[in-house]
Design a protein. Structure first.
Length: 447
């Protein structure tokens, strides 16, 4: 406790850090206030059907990412997800399209062009998602919930929804520039945390009303949640270090000896993206069943609609593992790593430079990705086990999947940013035992 109080005093002494934290909190407050502003022409008192629709499934996940704005028909209902979708597309294009590969190698100017293209693509996605969201509102809510109707309502609401998402994106960029960094990630995290108090209260109320050991079960649930939380920390921070020996070289009359360095290869280089991909694809059978009247297709979709069923969870587990390998393959390039080592005069002891180094790095990544993908898949289906033993659906989401991994990753990244400011000004860090490690080992993570 004394160390914590001393750290808070040190943070307050650093004016730049104090201003950045205050700016971050202000922007996050603006985001949360906007989440409660409903679209013009919609009666907020008649949103019960929409809230029931978003209580679970993919829509429940979207509602969690938006901090409840999706179920409240808010001006921020679409949240930051369109921007994330656009970013994912641009990342994939950077693997396959030479033009984007060239931009990635142009440094700061290339990064600005990529960001601009990402914004344009976000607008395009919003043009399609906003009318789809409004159509869902018309099918879900009663007619009395709409004070405005017709084409003008659709056009005005589409513009408002698109502007709301773009404003959230702007807030995230301002937090990154003027705040403590990781703006987009912090906005997602705040949206998830905003649902936590309600989920805990609902679970506590249900256990209180339960006869015989309700409170004991509630405490057991928190112990299990803590164990999963610590496991996610190990998954986020887990790395394998491969030693790299720089060859001795002579410059003039001075001889420089070899320096031992390490290549940190992450156990989970794909982050939370495999879960997002898998959950999006798992929603496809349900969507197809909605457009088709086939009875057999309806039964097939019903099996995938059961979040606690074996078919749904087994399929999702396998898909998460597969997408972990896929996303790791497109984000970690052993060939580029081997070329960079060769350019800098480095090599892996016992491994010849060139093709053998590429094969070695690829083999190591495949081996360390396996346990990471298995644990990631297990974390993904943990909410199903939580629901099976009687835990409230909203609270069960915090036992795994995207929510817990995002919370862990963003918290560690934010603490790392604060610790960097403290150490840069010769203050003690947040921990005496060692430096805090985030998802990227010092850089900023997108999600």
């Amino acid at each position: 406790m004394k160390q914590f109080i001393e750290t808070l005093k040190n943070i307050y002494k650093i004016e730049d850090l104090r201003v950045r934290i205050g700016t971050t909190l202000l922007f996050l407050l603006i985001y949360r206030l906007g989440s409660f502003v409903s679209l013009p022409g919609i009666d907020p008192a008649q949103l019960g059907a929409l809230k029931s629709q978003t209580s679970d499934g993919l829509l429940g996940l979207l509602d969690m990412f938006s901090g409840g704005a999706f179920s409240q028909a808010s001006i921020f209902a679409l949240g930051i997800m369109p921007y994330i979708s656009a970013s994912i597309v641009i990342q994939l294009l950077g693997i396959a399209v030479p033009y984007f590969q060239k931009l990635q190698k142009e440094g700061e100017s290339g990064r600005r062009k990529i960001n601009q293209i990402t914004r344009y693509l976000t607008v395009v996605i919003l043009i399609f998602q906003s009318p789809a969201y409004l159509t869902n509102l018309h099918y879900t809510l009663p007619e009395t919930a709409f004070a405005l109707k017709g084409t003008m309502f659709t056009i005005s609401s589409t513009i408002i929804l698109a502007a709301g998402s773009m404003f959230i994106m702007w807030l995230g960029e301002r937090i990154t520039d003027k705040g403590i960094g990781n703006g987009i990630s912090l906005i997602i995290m705040i949206g998830i945390i905003a649902r936590l108090p309600q989920a805990v209260f609902q679970e506590f109320a249900s256990r209180i009303n339960q006869q015989g050991g309700g409170l004991v079960m509630f405490l057991v649930e928190f112990v299990l949640l803590f164990i999963v939380f610590m496991g996610c920390i190990l998954l986020v921070q887990g790395t394998r270090r491969i030693p790299v020996q720089y060859a001795k070289r002579i410059v003039g009359n001075k001889q420089y000896g070899g320096v031992r360095q390490y290549i940190p290869l992450k156990v989970n280089a794909a982050g939370v993206m495999p879960i997002i991909f898998a959950q999006a694809i798992m929603f496809v059978p349900i969507t197809l069943a909605g457009f088709a009247n086939s009875e057999s297709l309806g039964k097939f979709a019903a099996a995938f609609a059961n979040n606690t069923g074996f078919v749904y969870n087994f399929t999702q587990f396998i898909m998460v593992m597969a997408f972990t390998y896929f996303y790791t393959a497109i984000t970690v390039n052993p060939t580029q790593m081997a070329e960079d080592m060769k350019k800098n005069g480095g090599f892996i002891p016992g491994i010849k430079p060139g093709k053998r180094t590429v094969e070695f790095l690829d083999t190591v990544m495949s081996r360390i990705t396996l346990p990471g993908s298995i644990f990631l898949g297990f974390v993904t289906i943990l909410p199903a086990f939580a629901m099976i033993i009687g835990i409230n659906t909203q609270f069960a989401y915090f036992y795994g999947g995207t929510s817990l991994l995002i919370l862990v990753g963003v918290v560690l990244d934010t603490l790392q940013q604060i610790e960097s400011h403290l150490l840069m000004r010769h203050y003690d860090g947040l921990m005496k035992t060692g430096r805090i490690k985030g998802r990227t080992g010092g850089g900023q993570a997108m999600y």
